[in-house]
Design a protein around this ligand. Structure first.
Ligand code: FMN
Length: 426
């Protein structure tokens, strides 16, 4: 008997069928699923198939005397760790934002004291309608996690754009990450072998090797001076720690930072981009490569071997720069030793998601995590991050959270990615 349980509310959308597979995948991971179907959802999936897959009674009617006697709507909303709404129709989003409680789904959502994760799916025009966008903004302000719909072809012929329900592995990863966050809130955190608290299940990445780069690089001008950037290494180090907490063997290649080495992680300390590339290549093979480091684009072509002296009346020296190796691109092009999953980080100050989408293609990365490092965001060097995850399926904007929470969510996503590839191979 599992101690992890969610309530899955299925709305009346064409993507409801995906939830049948989602239920199976959740059950495989030992997560109990109680399903509430809206009246409209019953037009798309039947209580019979949902009940057979979840192995639980299926709830459809607020005024069902028997169901209310056995597991009433209040118990239903409180006994789960998490409430998931997928697909969330435009209608359900509106009801939730307006605080309606006129059927079982909306009443459960109003009565719950548990975290709520919402995965909207609808026609792109419905998604982009100002009313829907207003409702989504309201739900986020109310503390509800709303996953961005994927971009692509709709079930209706000739319709494309944002509005697709993300695929099952992505839904699964978002649910696992939300469960981890809810567990982290609900119980005192135990220190992991990394010496820090982690909400990630310890076996999530067991048997995997994860390579992480972190921090800035220092490119020498002469023996005492260098070109650097403001990267603190906090995000990369948090990712390395989260991967280790999830049971992976982790190699962290760190530029010069003032952070302690995360425990349980093999750390290689480097200074320059050239050293970082060499260390990354030596660390292969790896299952996943996460390139968080802010690598200097240029280095001084011929650094001074002696300290460059300032002499009275002499002109300031001119520095001639040359391009550094592109570590992400080089590792992504490393043939058979290329990690299965390559995640690049993009720090931009404008048009963040657009640049990141370009980087995904030009660097042959699988995912890009993009963040806005304009000074006013306080992200560079700060403890919080607001990221967009860019994949071939589109852009997903995550709510602002601590760098540790971003790290844990990313590691949960990576684990779900590997799990889905394994499922597909079986
Ligand atoms: C074939 C068909 C497909 C639909 N697909 C969607 C959809 O993907 N998303 C959506 O928001 N509404 C969709 N609708 C409209 C909803 O079913 C309708 O708004 C319903 O009232 C939603 O009820 P619920 O929110 O209680 O589930 C669809 C309707 C039909 C007939």
């Amino acid at each position: 008997m599992t101690d992890r349980r969610i309530v899955l509310i299925i709305g009346g959308g064409i993507a409801a069928y995906k939830c049948l597979d989602l239920i199976r995948r959740l059950k495989e991971r030992g997560i109990g699923v109680r399903v509430v179907l809206t009246r409209a959802a019953e037009q798309f999936v039947t209580p019979l198939s949902v009940g057979a897959l979840s192995n639980e009674p299926v709830f459809t009617n607020l005024f069902d005397l028997n169901a209310e006697r056995e597991i009433g709507h209040i118990r239903l909303s409180r006994e789960a760790e998490l409430i998931v709404v997928a697909p969330a129709t435009a209608d359900l989003l509106a009801k939730m934002a307006g605080g309606h409680a006129d059927d079982l789904a909306s009443t459960v959502l109003m009565a719950t004291d548990k975290p709520v994760l919402v995965a909207p799916a609808m026609n792109p025009r419905m998604w982009m309608h100002p009313a829907t966008q207003r409702n989504v903004a309201q739900l986020r302000a109310d503390g509800i996690t709303v996953i961005e719909p994927a971009v692509g072809e709709m079930a209706e012929r000739g319709e494309a754009g944002p509005g697709r329900l993300p695929e099952v592995p992505e839904l699964l990863a978002a649910i696992l990450a939300a469960l981890d966050r809810s567990k982290a809130r609900a119980i005192p955190l135990t220190a992991s072998k990394t010496g820090r608290a982690s909400g990630l299940p310890a076996q999530l990445l067991a048997g995997r090797h994860v390579l992480v780069t972190s921090g800035p690089t220092h490119e020498p001008i002469d023996p005492v001076r260098y070109i650097a950037n403001r990267s603190s290494g906090k995000q990369g180090h948090a990712i390395a720690a989260a991967a280790a907490a999830a049971g992976a063997r982790v190699t962290l290649i760190s530029g010069p930072v003032s952070l302690p080495d995360p425990a349980g992680v093999d750390v290689v300390h480097v200074e320059t981009a050239a050293q970082m590339l060499e260390a990354a290549q030596s660390a292969l093979p790896a299952d996943a490569g996460i390139f968080t480091a802010a690598v200097a684009d240029w280095r001084v072509a011929t650094p001074g071997t002696q300290k460059i002296k300032k002499s009275v009346g002499a002109k300031a020296p001119k520095l001639s720069l040359t391009e550094n190796p592109d570590i992400l691109k080089t590792i992504a092009a490393s043939g058979p030793s290329r990690p299965q999953l390559i995640v690049g980080f993009a720090a931009e100050t404008n048009d963040v998601a657009e640049y990141a989408a370009g980087k995904l293609k030009s660097k042959n990365a699988d995912w890009i995590v993009a963040n806005d490092v304009s000074p006013e965001t306080g992200i560079m060097g700060g403890d919080h991050n607001l990221v967009h995850l860019v994949t071939v399926n589109g852009v997903e904007t995550w709510p602002e959270m601590s760098k540790s929470a971003v790290a844990e969510q990313l590691i949960a996503r990576i684990a779900a990615h590997f799990a889905s590839r394994k499922d597909a191979a079986e």
